[in-house]
Design a protein around this ligand. Sequence first.
Ligand SMILES: NC(=O)c1ccc[n+]([C@@H]2O[C@H](COP(=O)([O-])OP(=O)(O)OC[C@H]3O[C@@H](n4cnc5c(N)ncnc54)[C@H](OP(=O)(O)O)[C@@H]3O)[C@@H](O)[C@H]2O)c1
Length: 304
Amino acid sequence: MKRDPLNISQSGSEFPLILGRDVSGVIMECGLDVKYFREGDEVWAAIPPWRQGSLAEFVVLSANEVSWKPKSLSHTEAAALPYVAATAWSALVNTGGLNKDNCTNKRILILGGSGGVGTFAIQLLKAWGAHVTVTCSQNAEGFVRGLRVDHVVDYTDGPVEEPLGALEKFHLILDNIGGDTERWALGLLKPWSGAKYVTLVTPFLQNTDLLGVADGMMQTAVTVATKALKHLAKGVHYRWGFFAPSGTALDEVKDLVDAGQIRAVVEETFSFSQVPQAFSKVEKGHARGKTVVEISKGESDSQG
Ligand SMILES: NC(=O)c1ccc[n+]([C@@H]2O[C@H](COP(=O)([O-])OP(=O)(O)OC[C@H]3O[C@@H](n4cnc5c(N)ncnc54)[C@H](OP(=O)(O)O)[C@@H]3O)[C@@H](O)[C@H]2O)c1
């Protein structure tokens, strides 16, 4: 069943709603126009928000949203990556302008390094040769250092803006935390050098929930444009990042995974009957990587 988030007249049609954005499984059937995939291929994908989710035995996707699963990962491991990979890729590459050829020795700060997006972003940036600093709680320091982070600042030890302000300035900041970080984080960027602050914590969904799709989008556009102009006058770029499903981005991630440069960080695995417990765990926060639900066992594994 397809959901259309932009269809204002579709009120009341969102249920039943299937949650879960990550999928790793086997293709059961292909449309006539699909050229690159065949029945039986092992694939992974991040499902767009307007489609039903992955906590189901079957998922319908367009070919451009799908990618071949890394051979080196089980389906359970592979299901830990697509959504955070597509989100971090969209923020760092599409919005932040980073790529494998321009990261060497760039100084990147990730606010919130220990969760799903943070653990993926660290590994991608280290694979591309960047110098990566992260904030996380003290008990996650060993965990993020295991992902080859260069510098760690403990946010439970007092305001991070002081220790971060004493460091050399950054080329890019990825903000997974939001709140008041915008107040001080842009001052940590190298001004007049093309440096960017990209936040994944935006009021977009809150605006559309409160004001409806049209007014909410208008309000969102006005807010982001006002902030971008204000910071541009100080020589730094202010941007919002969003999850963007992409089979081609996952193709590149697959190569990095199979080359041993990125690994899946699975914190805990639940069976399908334990979905409520999986959500309770995720809602408590304090993630150290990803939580995976195993939908089925055996040859045609599918995970969400
Ligand atoms: N815009 C989009 O399209 C989009 C898409 C995906 C995600 N997001 C947003 O991106 C953010 C990150 O998502 P995620 O899936 O990676 O979250 P997550 O897996 O829940 O991880 C959040 C991490 O941040 C840590 N943390 C909490 N407060 C912190 C602080 N003040 N400083 C440093 N670390 C802190 C938590 O650990 P401790 O609490 O133990 O410190 C946890 O490890 C979320 O706000 C999410 O809503 C946006």
